[in-house]
Ligand binder design. Structure first.
Ligand SMILES: Cc1cc2nc3c(=O)[nH]c(=O)nc-3n(C[C@H](O)[C@H](O)[C@H](O)COP(=O)(O)OP(=O)(O)OC[C@H]3O[C@@H](n4cnc5c(N)ncnc54)[C@H](O)[C@@H]3O)c2cc1C
Length: 838
């Protein structure tokens, strides 16, 4: 017994030291006290003169080494310098473009999750969804009106374009200037308002929203607002806000997609003639593709690498990535042809130019900002990536849940609504979970941006996770609809979203890259409390200063690692009972504690990953991808906990929150398990395993839990409305989506009468065939009352309309297939080949 108490005390002391990040001398003292205590026979329950077993030598050796290491000179000579030398060649290096990307955004809640001990007040401080009266009126007024006017089928199939009346409505109501400040003629809406407006429009027409979204995200408007010269602001911003200029922004080229910074588009500073005058300017050659709105654009934002061989700007030869504004009617600008991205109808196409001369004033921000293009782009991306795609993904999942749950209740097979079948319940529960989580994460992230944050890591994480989950929801919705979802036509409300899925997956950083490289491999550099400083120290040209900074950070880093190891083991062994939670957490207290516990485990594994993979971090993408997944789950869990609070702790939502929390933690464990199973440094994996999974992994939510949740979703009411809020959801039965809502209510109202009819049909008293009016027969046989019969007859017609798919005249389809003009391949001679040929 005494031995156990002694061992317990020793362990508790070690935990206390590790968790409190104790200095080295205290560790040495603890090692000495426990070694001495053990020798004194405390382990046998009584004191006697010291004995000297072999292990006591080990204890004293550790105590002595740690004590000696606490002397600064010795630490510097025997620990810091060897570690500095060893890590200098191993740690990841940071290139200039990477540094600009890293320094462009802000860190926030992501850093708390990386810390292993999140400060809850930071999340709780983020404002709930708040809109000004004007923003609310815009969301409920012009936005709803625009949704009503958008005819997805006409746009997507008949016109293959956005009709003029929609462009006009969008321009006249200021949709194109939501992010432009009021001072410059825009609406100056908050990020939260923009996110909600974009989401609502996208729930009606994925093509329609694109023309609103693009001018309100990374592009000329935002770049001029933030970095433009006064003259650029005064001239362009009011014109962009009113839609007198249609902007596009061209970064991507055939040879520079994900690796956009490697662009071959080039500008050379030179003197030339502009409007009849000798002018200092830039001769530009570019070849860009995939540019949204390019075919309609009047103002082309262009990214290129600028050189100044004659040093006309006085800044040396290689100036760097630069952004310029080029009117599309400027001589030499080739623009107007279109790509056909995934059958979508929004304008998208290539643009090219050879040796096009532009005045230097057309550089965004003027000559002063030449060379700062990458930093400007990254700063805008860190905020912008938090808005558009999370908004459209969350809206798509909510809209799909609304239509699919209605359909699953209305559509019967085997005499049962398909939503009541367990096989269908499973994807429906997943859709409900996704809708709750994505809306939660969208809202909290938009609030962060509204508050001035530019969350670099969170925006990357949310971009890939929201578009991936949206892809899953679209697939689930299609599966549940069967043929009704597959056959396209004016009554199909899924195909628009389905066709646009790959666009969301690819733009603003294609998902594979965003998951495996940007979120964790680069995110760790940003959000880890010490890594970035350590690398800076290792790369510092002033070696003395570098070593000093390295030593200071290394000590803190080691203490951080020890505290995470001890904390992870402790909280995993005690099921988070002693983990922290925010004050007054109420019924979700346990989940906050679980989040704290998971954050400890994440911090430990993240720390070991960056420390041990070092420069290999960017290539071990299966590891970093899983770490990104783990971080994403922590972020989603944080978001749903915050949403539950912000929504006023709705009792009806608690079961859904529990469902989300269980699944987030389950997926989190699976992601970490994958990391440990495949961790390249095996001894480190063996050491982490018992700390992270001493009692195994957590389980996902149960089938019964999912069933209860789906039953609620299949009912019209406040729960379903909350889960699918802020989408365009008409209840007019003449609308393809409104019809579902209308029919769903009728299904519920007629449930009892329908059961009577079904019973009579099963017994053979009533015949249900196309040549017989079975409802009239049931009425004549006294199975149904007159009222029930007329109501069921109305419902029968409604259901027939809900399940109907469109069919077409074969000749009209053949006419549609005839190509309008021969395609032009995008393969063009490289500029030097072009010049050589001439
Ligand atoms: C419909 C549409 C609209 C667009 N609009 C615009 C626009 O308005 N302006 C603009 O400038 N661009 C636009 N783009 C371009 C878009 O940003 C690029 O398509 C995107 O950056 C990916 O480039 P890529 O298609 O050349 O793919 P690639 O770069 O060839 O990538 C192919 C695959 O390899 C993966 N990959 C690449 N590098 C890595 C890595 N290091 N690690 C792991 N995986 C990697 C990618 O994730 C991707 O899955 C648009 C694209 C589309 C399809």
């Amino acid at each position: 017994m005494a031995e156990l108490i002694f061992a317990g005390l020793a362990l508790a002391a070690l935990f206390a030291l590790a968790m409190n990040r104790a200095p080295l001398w205290l560790w040495a003292l603890a090692a000495a006290v426990f070694t001495f205590g053990a020798q004194m026979g405390l382990v046998h329950g009584h004191l006697h003169w010291p004995v000297f077993p072999w292990w006591s030598l080990l204890g004293w050796l550790v105590a002595a080494l740690v004590f000696v290491a606490s002397f600064p000179e010795i630490k510097r000579k025997y620990i810091t310098l060897p570690a500095y030398g060893a890590l200098k060649g191993v740690m990841p290096t940071i290139s200039e473009t990477e540094r600009e990307a890293l320094e462009a955004g802000t860190v926030g809640w992501d850093a708390e999750l990386f810390s292993g001990a999140p400060d809850w007040s930071k999340l709780r401080r983020t404002a709930p969804i708040t809109l000004t009266a004007e923003e609310r009126a815009f969301l409920d007024g012009p936005t709803v009106e625009l949704c009503k006017r958008l005819n997805d089928w006409r746009i997507r199939h008949e016109l293959h374009d956005i009709p003029d009346d929609i462009w006009r409505f969008i321009r006249e109501n200021g949709f194109l200037g939501m992010l432009i400040s009021r001072a410059h003629g825009g609406l100056g809406f908050s990020a939260q308002a923009q996110s909600l407006i974009i989401g609502k429009i996208s729930s009606r027409s994925p093509d329609g929203v694109t023309i609103v979204m693009v001018p309100n995200s990374l592009g000329p408007g935002e770049l001029i607002e933030k970095y433009g010269t006064d003259a650029q602001k005064e001239y362009f911003l009011p014109r962009l806000a009113k839609g007198e200029e249609i902007p596009c922004f061209a970064l991507t080229g055939p040879f520079s997609g994900s690796d956009a910074a490697s662009m071959r588009d080039v500008g050379v500073v030179a003197r030339g003639v502009h409007e009849g005058k000798d002018t200092l300017g830039v001769k530009l050659s570019w070849d860009k593709r995939y540019i949204t709105l390019a075919p309609n654009a009047t103002l082309l934002g262009l990214a290129f690498r600028l050189f100044d061989p004659d040093n006309l700007l006085g800044r040396g030869e290689d100036i760097g990535i630069t952004l310029a504004l080029v009117p599309t009617n400027h001589p030499g600008v080739e623009i107007g042809r279109r790509h056909l991205p995934a059958g979508a109808a929004f304008p998208n196409g290539p643009t090219r130019g050879r040796e096009v001369f532009i005045p230097v004033d057309w550089i965004i921000g003027g000559a002063e900002r030449a060379g700062q293009g990458w930093r400007m782009l990254m700063a805008c991306l860190a905020a912008g990536r938090s808005i558009s795609l999370p908004a459209t993904s969350a809206a798509a999942t909510k809209a799909l849940l609304r239509t699919t749950s209605a359909y699953a209740r209305i559509r019967k097979q085997f005499n049962l609504p398909i939503g009541f079948m367990e096989g269908v319940e499973e994807p429906l529960a997943r859709m409900a979970e996704t809708a709750y989580e994505l809306e939660a994460a969208r809202a909290v992230t938009a609030s962060m941006v509204s508050a001035g944050e530019k969350p670099a890591v969170i925006s990357a994480l949310l971009k890939y996770v929201s578009t991936e989950r949206m892809r899953q929801s679209v697939n689930d919705a299609l599966d549940i609809h069967g043929g009704r979802g597959i056959c396209d036509g004016p009554s199909n409300y899924i195909q628009g979203a389905y066709q646009m899925v790959p666009v969301g997956i690819t733009v603003e950083g294609a998902n594979i890259l965003t998951r495996t490289l940007i979120t964790f491999a680069q995110g760790a550099l940003r959000s880890h409390p010490y890594l970035f400083t350590e690398i800076e120290a290792l790369q510092d040209d002033d070696q003395e200063r570098g070593i000093e900074l390295f030593e200071e950070t290394l000590g803190q880093h080691v203490a951080f690692t020890l505290s995470n190891g001890a904390g992870a083991l402790f909280h995993n062994l005690t099921f988070a009972v002693f983990a922290s939670s925010p004050p007054n957490a109420g019924p979700t207290r346990g989940w906050w504690k679980e989040l704290a516990r998971a954050s400890r485990s994440f911090a430990l594994v993240a720390d070991m990953t960056v420390a041990l993979l070092g420069g290999g971090l960017k290539v071990k993408q299966k590891i970093t991808g899983r770490m990104a997944d783990a971080l994403a789950e922590l972020y989603l869990l944080s978001s749903v906990l915050k949403r539950y609070e912000d929504d006023g702790r709705q009792t009806a939502d608690l079961a859904l929150l529990n469902y989300c929390a269980m699944n987030c933690l389950y997926r989190f464990d699976q992601a970490l398990l994958g990391v440990l199973r495949n961790f390249p440094v095996r001894p480190a994996a063996w050491a982490m395993w018992p700390l992270v999974f001493p009692l195994g992994t957590r389980r996902p939510a149960s089938d019964a839990h999912g069933k209860a949740l789906v039953r609620q979703v299949l009912q019209p009411g406040a729960f379903r409305d909350r889960l699918t809020r802020d989408i365009f959801s008409p209840d007019d039965p003449s609308d393809r989506v409104g019809l579902l809502e209308y029919a769903l209510k009728k299904v519920i109202a007629n449930e009892e009468a329908d059961k009577k009819l079904e019973r009579a049909i099963r017994k053979g008293d009533v015949k249900r065939y196309h040549n017989n009016d079975w409802i009239a027969e049931a009425k004549s046989k006294g199975v149904l009352t007159e009222e029930e019969a007329s109501s069921l007859a109305e419902l029968r017609d409604l259901v027939a309309r809900v399940i109907a798919v469109d069919d077409f005249d074969a000749a009209s389809l053949a006419a549609r297939r005839a190509p309008a003009a021969p395609p032009l391949t995008t393969v063009r001679p490289e500029p030097h080949e072009h010049i050589a040929a001439e």
